[in-house]
Design a protein around this ligand. Structure first.
Ligand code: URA
Length: 197
């Protein structure tokens, strides 16, 4: 494993920068292929992730894995992480302070992995990374900001009781990998939203 990723992982495991360290069982660093073309970014660990110390291992994670498997991609081929690395009690949405305190870890993960596209899963990640809201309105879109591409989709947890959203997630993930393929082949791609910083 990349030495730098290992260092970040250790720093996350021993992190005491905010009060979530007092209630967590385990912190949850990102996991996967550090040479991946894509990083998936969720909100924060839930109960199962807190127990196991790994991102997206619960029901929401199964939805993400299934969307990837449908297009022949295994979880090990990609890198999966969260905006906040420790579980907020009762799975509440992480506060602005918790998100701000944790943001350096995600920035470090991104700067080492240098993904072609960052896939934003749901509103919390959308708001934390790009200041956006209403993911259902913007999902399926490709954003460029500061020479980095972002792809927006719904949070896999939102699909748990919603068959229509499962189709949406599956379709978006398919589109994401088509975009990655085109970027790798230096093909022209359509940017839906250009953000200025
Ligand atoms: N939801 C998230 O946003 N992240 C996880 O790791 C699990 C559930």
């Amino acid at each position: 494993m990349s030495q730098k990723i290992l260092e970040i992982k250790q720093n996350i495991i021993s992190c005491v920068k905010c009060d979530l360290c007092k209630t967590r069982t385990n912190s949850v660093p990102g996991k996967g292929n550090f040479q991946s073309n894509v990083i998936f970014v969720g909100e924060a660990p839930g109960r199962n992730e807190d127990k196991e110390g790994e991102p997206f291992v619960g029901v929401a994670g199964k939805k993400l894995s299934s969307a990837l498997e449908k297009i022949g991609v295994s979880r090990d081929e990609v890198y999966i992480t969260n905006v906040v690395k420790c579980r907020p009690p009762s799975n509440r949405v992480p506060t602005k302070n918790e998100r701000d305190t944790c943001q350096d870890y995600l920035k470090q993960e991104i700067s080492i992995i240098k993904p072609k596209i960052i896939c934003i899963l749901g509103n919390t990640a959308f708001n934390s990374i790009l200041g956006g809201s209403e993911i259902t309105k913007f999902r399926g879109k490709l954003v460029r900001k500061d020479n980095q591409y972002y792809f927006l989709t719904v949070h896999p947890a939102a699909t748990i009781y919603n068959q229509e959203l499962i189709e949406v997630l599956n379709g978006d993930i398919k589109k994401l990998f088509e975009l990655i393929r085109d970027l790798k082949n230096d093909k022209e791609i359509n940017i839906d939203i250009e953000y200025s910083s």
